[in-house]
Design a binder for this molecule. Sequence first.
Ligand code: NCD
Length: 332
Amino acid sequence: MATFVPPNERNARSPHLPFGDHRGAPFYGKDVISVSQFSRTDLEYIFGVAKEMRAMVERVGTFDLLKGKILANLFYEPSTRTSSSFLAAMERLGGSVIPINEVRYSSVAKGESLPDTIRTLECYADVIVIRHPEVGSAEVAAKYSKKPVINAGDGIGEHPTQALLDLFTIKEELGQVDGLTVTMLGDLKNGRTVHSLSRLLSTFVVRLNYVSPEILRMPPELVEELKVKGVSQKEFDALEPVLAETDVLYVTRVQKERFESQDLYEKVKGAFVITPETMEQAKEKMIIMHPLPRVGEISMEVDDDPRAAYFRQMEYGLYVRMALLAMVLGKA
Ligand code: NCD
């Protein structure tokens, strides 16, 4: 029988332990801070629940699994997809949302600290989703919250729910992950989505290619971390050498807001643009992904190509976020 742990001791006892660590309801009460928390078994479980969520949304649209539960959606950085998909996910599950998308209109603008904001929201909500410009901020929030905290992006650190939906997209679109060649392109230095996705993919047998301008390379510590795990990784400054072997082309935006010098940003911003001509060199069975927003890296003429998966990717995100909310609230 599972031991009952009072809510105020939950985090003290199990600060974002690997998910599969508990018997009974394995995901109940857990934070989602980094993809390193997930084993392959956890991933299978999450994707199984996500598929059930998709079936339910297609059948009935909205249902009452999380009726009476409240999500605090706390965004210190701009967001369209992540914030609205968490909101939609909660509402489709019958729950409700405290949306704080404009922290400048909240007490944060008066100088309130992150721990105090979290202490406030945990009084009112059952789960907190946070996006914040500083690496490690979600971890700090989780430390101060007795309620589960979900990291929706901590600066250039991680974006675990995006990586989960990215992986779900790959599985649904290509049928499997093992054996694939995944090429990540763009701002690999500052892009948190590629940091989380490459880590998550290291649980599988994949070949990773990193294509970027010299100054936007994948952080060396991350490359080292994956090397130790035996992942095959190669770095390039052009797409041509690897395009023909690529199964997943993961394009990212140059992260303007992370640059200290706008001149430097201007120099690298147009480094890569995917056009229909680029796609002529790609496999027939492959997909192009992008966490979005795009700001010119993929030309709009590519959108009608069946290999363009980036709009479908957004929809997969709804089901994965529904699954995660239901799981951390002990309902899946
Ligand atoms: C990404 C992010 O915020 O890291 N967007 C998203 O969540 N879909 C990617 C980006 O902003 O470039």
